[in-house]
Ligand binder design. Sequence first.
Ligand code: NAD
Ligand code: IPM
Ligand code: MG
Length: 366
Amino acid sequence: MKKRVAVLSGDGIGKEVTEAAVAVLDSIGRRFHHKFEWVYGLLGGAALDEAGHPIPEETIKICEESDAILLGAIGGPKWDHFPKELRPEKGLLQIRKHFELSVNLRPVQAYKTLLAFSPLKEEVAEGVDLVFVRELTGGLYFGEPSYHTDDQAVDTLVYGREEIERVVRFAFELAKQRRNKVSSIDKANVLESSRLWRKIVEEVAAEYPEVEYEHMLVDSASMKLITSPASFDVIVTENMFGDILSDEASVIAGSLGMLPSASLRADGFGLYEPVHGSAPDIAGQNKANPVGAILSGAMMLRSTFGMNQEAAAIEEAVRNVLEDGYFTGEFKVDGSNVLTTTEMTEKIIEEIEKELISDHILAAYS
Ligand SMILES: NC(=O)c1ccc[n+]([C@@H]2O[C@H](COP(=O)([O-])OP(=O)(O)OC[C@H]3O[C@@H](n4cnc5c(N)ncnc54)[C@H](O)[C@@H]3O)[C@@H](O)[C@H]2O)c1
Ligand SMILES: CC(C)[C@H](C(=O)O)[C@@H](O)C(=O)O
Ligand SMILES: [Mg+2]
């Protein structure tokens, strides 16, 4: 059946990496006989330039009429001085809120061949397989009032029971399918919102006796994340802590460009985007690592479309290319194995198509 996907490439390397993800998903379509229809919409700075708003009505409409959203990244110095309602970041926050994408999954894996490039010792990063479950539509990002004058700046941190319970329950359910461990990260020694968070974690945990859980304060947790990352399975946390900790955790994978994400609504509708931003320092140079965006495409196949085999085919292709020793430039390896964005994408597609050929051969002889 045809799947309609809204593609919001956004700004900077957002365009380059979504193009890569679309190309890989099309190759999956060829191999598994699916048809993806891509409908392009404006978001962020590109939308400000063309339509005067970071998220035009037309973009919302395109997304509402689609089965999922694939997003690149937004933002850049060109729009940094814009008033807050007209900043590219506002467009991203509005789309998350509008579509009630309250649960944000950010998996982090240490790939064997990338261990050598991680600033962490190999034995520390080895075997890491953790996932952040980040609350995405509440907390400091959305609290009112929020303003600044010349003399004062105010941000408001509000969390309601339902918001917390929804994301915490998701984390426990996910842990049941993984290694039965939840680490809840908060700042309950200082923040009231964290004290309610902790209470709700306790209540939900009581319903999951098979899942081991712990509370951690965000300051020491951020240390533990890089000294013993392998001790984590599912990490559940509020919006701002999740934002910061997931970028920190990217050093385990060797590059921010490696991390994918899925932002989910309760009925399975989702927005899929790499964790990184628009990377103005490398934009337009065909240097960006497309893996985070490509793996976000795999998450879309699995979470919204239930295409598990297809998602696994992408993940395996990425793993094979990395194991064959191909990398994008930020890994700072010398020699011919350093690929551009488009070359890396082609390598991954080649891997997917290799399997296509072997599928045909198997079919012919079975
Ligand atoms: N989801 C999003 O759209 C999103 C996320 C984060 C930041 N932003 C926006 O992006 C802009 C730039 O922010 P920043 O520079 O702090 O963060 P960034 O994530 O864009 O870049 C941080 C560093 O990581 C590198 N990097 C990021 N992605 C990479 C990739 N795929 N391959 C190779 N290297 C990569 C960049 O070159 C840069 O050195 C800001 O306007 C910010 O608001 C958007
Ligand atoms: C651009 C910004 C609003 C966004 C966030 O903080 O959520 C980004 O950093 C992310 O991680 O997706
Ligand atoms: Mg971030």
